[in-house]
Write a protein that binds this ligand. Structure first.
Ligand code: 5GP
Length: 361
């Protein structure tokens, strides 16, 4: 019997040691409780206020947020604490180390360049801090390859979106391959995504990859307009298929172009975006062999880990060890980095499979 024919190895143990790829992680939503507390302690605030802030951001309950809107109220609380470049540097560094400890071998972080008048942080100094943290993490010889997408927050202006694409274009050529693309995110109930389509189309024409949040709520027309942009990956896509209010033609387009879907199961459960795990759209796409990638979205505020997402998917959709390994390995094909990087990662996965077979002998 080979390794995969036997199912004795506990699924949790397997998912923890499985090499993984993280493609949907917002930096500020990924901040750990530990980092958040350390940042708070540098502030001159009393213990009561500190505890109250901590418990607003890191909620103990299973269903953390009462509604999808509710989670968008948390971001400003985190942003208030990460309002200077030193804090952004620390959060980015800590998030990278934490993912590395979870056997994540390649990660694409995403973050919205932010200006803070109070501290003098500019959108550019924000990006420079994130890049410094990523570059410094390379010097620490961590076993994780880190890339970056700059996010466009739809709550912001189209003018800022153009600026973000200009900065990403410049850095794509001048960041040693770290900046690879653009993410479109933010509260889907705010502003019309249509206004941002020319900006995203321009980003694509400049050779930047684009990952687009869409169909997080039922808004079939808007989702279809974004789908027709043919993004390189789709964030969530929760309400894309007709059974939940989406359009048949959107699904057809996504299937025809094999656009990978970034599935963040815990995030969707905890933000009350899907009612229960069995109905999560991961099942819909996975069962049709459509490209899907498991991701955490915000491991801090949604209190999850990438290993945990694999365990949850395994238990809910009855995935065995071999299927889990394939799922993580297939994710390599959906990364935004070059072919050389994909080749290196695939080699790591092959080595991992070999080590499993050896452990059998
Ligand atoms: P940051 O860009 O500050 O590093 O991460 C937090 C930001 O990411 C939020 O302000 C929001 O714009 C975006 N974001 C985080 N999680 C989600 C999500 O689940 N859906 C959408 N649409 N945007 C999100």
């Amino acid at each position: 019997m080979d390794y995969f024919s036997r199912s004795q190895e506990n699924i949790e143990t397997f998912c923890l040691k499985l090499p993984k790829i993280e493609l949907h992680a917002h930096i500020n939503s990924s901040v750990s409780e530990k980092t958040f507390r350390e940042l708070l302690r540098t502030r001159n605030i009393g213990n009561t206020q500190l505890t109250s802030l901590e418990s607003s951001v890191f909620r103990p309950n299973e269903k953390i947020f009462a509604s999808f809107d509710d989670c968008f109220d948390i971001f400003p609380l985190i942003h208030d604490v990460t309002n200077k470049t030193e804090a952004i540097y620390k959060v980015t560094s800590d998030v990278i180390s934490e993912f590395e400890s979870d056997q994540v071998k390649y990660i694409e972080l995403r973050t919205t360049p932010r200006e803070e008048l109070l501290t003098g942080m500019t959108r550019r100094s924000y990006v420079d801090s994130v890049l410094s943290a990523i570059k410094d993490s390379k010097k620490k010889n961590l076993d994780i390859d880190v890339r970056l997408l700059l996010s466009i927050d739809r709550k912001s202006t189209v003018e800022i979106a153009w600026e973000t694409v200009a900065v990403a274009s410049e850095l794509a050529a001048a960041s040693d391959g770290i900046v690879v693309g653009i993410d479109f995110s933010g509260n889907p109930k705010i502003n019309d995504a249509k206004d941002f389509i020319p900006v995203l189309a321009h980003a694509k024409s400049r050779g930047l990859k684009i990952a687009v949040h869409l169909a997080e709520i039922v808004n079939a027309q808007e989702s279809h307009q974004l789908v027709e942009l043919c993004p390189d990956r789709i964030g969530h896509g929760t309400y894309l298929h007709p059974e939940v209010g989406g359009l048949h033609k959107s699904v057809e387009f996504v299937k025809k172009h094999k656009i990978p879907i970034e599935c963040c199961i815990s995030s969707n459960l905890r933000s009350a975006s899907v009612p229960n795990v069995e109905d999560h759209h991961f099942g819909y796409w996975y069962q049709q062999s459509h490209p899907v990638v498991l991701a955490t979205d915000g491991k801090g505020i949604f209190q999850c880990s990438l290993s945990g997402e694999y365990i949850l998917a395994a238990k809910t959709f009855q995935l065995n060890h071999d299927e889990l390994l394939q799922l993580s390995k297939n994710s390599i094909d959906y990364i935004f980095a070059d072919e050389e990087t994909k080749k290196k990662l695939k080699f790591q996965w092959t080595e991992f499979s070999r080590s499993l077979s050896k452990s059998e002998q």
